[in-house]
Design a protein around this ligand. Structure first.
Ligand code: DOR
Ligand code: ZN
Length: 345
């Protein structure tokens, strides 16, 4: 196959940061995707509709002229969020979900939830409004092995939560394990999952190939090959409970290449191209449009995009760096070839 045309895809999990960096980051996503769910883990986090409105305007100012891209905003759940914030959020029309980070789970999660019980009223309101809760599904207890954090979270936090809130819409974000795939498959349609390009393409050996490779470090961390295979199977199965969310998470090169490097992989520069490669490697290019362009809008009850994108089979080399405000960042597969190229219009 020499080219593939898809209904324009959306990214249902994206970090774009703030300030000067926006103008470097937003064009990558806006060239490929029609919409993106914007993560609220800024410092300080986006916890009110008012903050989300201002953040949305800063993002919109970074969209290149003539490009049609809509940032879909989210709020960051805290122990103190009030239930009527959800009503305000829903009425605003710009907030599409609330993000739950267990406190300490990842980048800028210090202000997050210490005990889900403290958020009961908010969860009730979300369930009532039909607004999705987006879940970073990892326990943070130090006794639990880092590679088991997702599976333990599903058993000890998510299953009990869904017993208490059976109608709550929940997206288990960036799933990484066969246990998560099995769990999602066993649940009703209000529960879904996003899958990143890195978790389809790489396993945990890639973090340590010939030395420690910080640009392959994200959370949840890459897992064993058998888990990668389970994720590929899920993404290419045509099951609408699994859809695209890159979790592209830019950090400066210095923040990544450090004695205590930040978690996060930047993939926005070639996101849909990398997914196309993963689907092609598994003879499933015919399943890409559902995963990338149809199932997300269906879950979020939004219309599918009206325009299309075309990818051409034409290898290109990913740059070593991209600008990132006053610094630079190292993208996923820096300096390497990708097989699919976005046709510029
Ligand atoms: O690797 C990650 N990076 N995982 C997350 O959950 C957060 C993200 C970030 O914001 O950098
Ligand atoms: Zn994320």
């Amino acid at each position: 196959m020499k080219s593939i045309t898809l209904i324009r895809p959306d990214d249902w999990h994206l970090h774009v940061r703030d300030g000067d960096a926006l103008k470097d980051i937003i064009p990558h996503t806006a060239a490929r995707f029609g919409r993106a769910i914007i993560m609220p883990n800024l410092k300080p986090p986006i916890t009110t509709t008012e903050q989300a409105q201002a953040y949305q305007q800063r993002i919109q100012a970074a969209i290149p002229n003539g490009v049609n891209f809509t940032p879909l905003m989210t709020l960051y759940l805290t122990d103190n969020m009030r239930a009527n914030e959800i009503i305000t959020a829903k009425e605003s029309g710009i907030i599409h979900a609330v993000k739950y980070y267990p406190a300490g789970a990842t980048t800028n999660s210090d202000a997050a939830v210490t005990d889900l019980k403290k958020t009961w009223a908010v969860l009730e309101s979300l369930q009532q409004q039909g607004m999705p809760l987006l879940v970073h599904g990892e326990v943070t207890t130090p006794e639990i092995d880092i590679f088991d954090r997702e599976a333990v979270f599903i058993d000890s936090v998510l299953q009990p939560l869904l017993k208490d809130f059976p109608e709550l819409k929940v997206v288990l974000e960036h799933i990484t394990t066969a246990q998560a795939v099995d769990f999602i498959q066993s649940t009703p349609n209000n529960i879904a999952a996003t899958i990143t390009p890195q978790h389809l393409l790489f396993n945990r050996n890639d973090i340590f190939k010939g030395g420690i490779r910080p640009h392959y470090y994200c959370l949840p961390v890459l897992k064993r090959e058998q888990h990668r295979e389970a994720l590929v199977k899920a993404a290419t199965s045509g099951n609408p409970k699994f859809f695209l969310g890159t979790d592209s998470a830019p950090h400066s090169q210095t923040a990544k290449e450090s004695a205590c490097g930040c978690a996060g992989i930047y993939s926005a520069h070639a996101a849909i191209e990398l997914y196309a490669g993963a689907f092609e490697d598994n003879n499933a290019l015919d399943k890409l449009e559902g995963f990338a362009s149809l199932y997300g809008p269906k879950y979020y009850q939004l219309p599918i995009n009206v325009d299309k994108i075309t990818l051409i089979k034409e290898p290109w080399q990913i740059p070593q760096h991209y600008p990132f405000g006053s610094e630079t960042l190292t993208p996923l597969k820096a300096g390497e070839m990708v097989q699919w190229k976005l046709k510029r219009v």
